[in-house]
Design a protein around this ligand. Sequence first.
Ligand code: ATP
Ligand code: MG
Length: 567
Amino acid sequence: MKFSKLFIPTIKEAPKDATLISHQLLIRAGFIASSGAGLYNLLPLGLKMLHKISAIVRDEMNKAGANELAMSVVTPASLWSQSGRYEVFGKELLRFKDRKNNAFVFSPTNEESIVDIVRGRITSYKQLPLNLYQINTKFRDEARPRFGIMRAREFVMKDAYSFHADEKDLKREFANMERAYNAIFTRLGLSFVAVNADSGAIGGSGSKEFMVLANSGEDDILLSQNYAANVEAAIRQARTSDAPRPESNAMSKFKTPDCDTIAKVAEFFHVDAFYTIKAVIKKAIFENGSKIIVFFVRGDDELQNIKAQNAAKALEIEDASADEIAKAGLVAGYCGPAHLPENIDFYIDNELKNESQMICGANEFGYHIVGFKVSNFKDERFADLVAVKAGDISVDGGILSLKKGIEVGHIFQLGQKYSRAMNATFLDENGKATPFIMGCYGIGVSRLIAAMVEQNHDERGIIWQKQCAPFDLHIIVGDVKNEKQMSFASELESELESAGFEVLLDDRNERFGVKMADFELIGIPNAIIIAKSLENEQVEIITRKNLIKEKIPANQAKIELEKRLKA
Ligand code: ATP
Ligand code: MG
């Protein structure tokens, strides 16, 4: 392929709003161009990468036994009403009407569509299991579209949905998909980790995210030797403390003027904050309204918002305003689990269960309670609420460390949430109508282009990994008007292309420096420079990764390159 025939609009400066390196480089190297907030055009090189990644995803999904289909991107709102999501899905769901005033949504995900497709068409357990997938456009009206195609509004996802007769078979397919995902991300040359993830209000035991490790990642993940989890789902060994426990065993009320923070309370009583109880007052949003909920964690712990949201089975959790706290009859700074107003809903962190001699707010301005025993609460009041952090002890006994990750895949055991709501059943072995047991499996195909760049670049540009690059070889011709150089280059191009390699021949009549800079920016893994030294039958081979040049005899070029490109 001749460079002059390809549309590769490289530019020197990235736009000011591009803060992420992959965003800057993909624009500068001519892979993508913005067309509006969170909207991107894939230019020829960008589309080439999308196709290459898709081919790997497709190959592994097919090998894993899934069937490819393509669902309509615009789906009727009525389907979304059947699952109940039309009402509860937030503003990310783009809702619109057609000329007949019928309501539609632009698919952000396709559980409803797939259930509708399978419903009535798969009727017996004998036709199960089934895994259907597509690689298709999604739209989510993200609150903060940013970072280019990393977090766009319109993007390409591979989404798969599996159907099973029982939980055991779902677990088998979940493991099958986990294997396929490992194979996909390995073939893409990525350094990644599969982490335990939040399963949301849907519940279910298994949800794993695949994280590409990169400092710019938006997700926090905690790792120890045999454990990895998103902070939203991370667990730890319960913390202990060597600090002396407050003496008072009997529960009594103390006047604690100006002690409206844990630090002040701990100082006032001369105790370690470990023995205090912190109240975090939140406003929980539900389908039909909101309410104030108090979450109690140890004084020196923090509340994990997603865990709180799950405990309360809320759609969202927000900070409660001073006004809302007062209206609920709560006293900010002095709130505790003892003598809480009766109408107030509350949850206590699991690690506080069975604790005694604790200090907490008395629900009265300027007073705290000492000698509090965290018992006498029903089991359903307790939940895992703490934000696990670096340095905590992992369930495998190691120390947890914090890393940043980019979520490129998410696999999920859905169970019967959608099939039940949408009345999609099959006849089981006993002839009984049973809702399908489902799994779903997503990969951010267009996000992967950005994730690959985040992980592989230097100050000069992108460094594509050999496993998945727009081209295998970049041929840089020193002087395109020099017939010997040009014919050597063209011949090499066609020979290597016949051997099955993808070659980009820079045949532009540009200065050598310009062409080298473009090679470094675009990031094809290997290049050959055919220039003046060809007079002495010499050419130079260069790898993008370390930019080390190596002179070789011109007549060895083809053999040497074939060896390198294959390896
Ligand atoms: P995130 O937490 O990053 O918003 P998500 O958990 O909402 O993602 P899923 O519903 O699990 O995303 O979607 C499957 C995959 O689609 C994600 O793992 C991610 O790689 C990709 N993806 C999700 N949102 C976007 C987006 N706005 N732009 C590009 N890719 C996305
Ligand atoms: Mg996800």
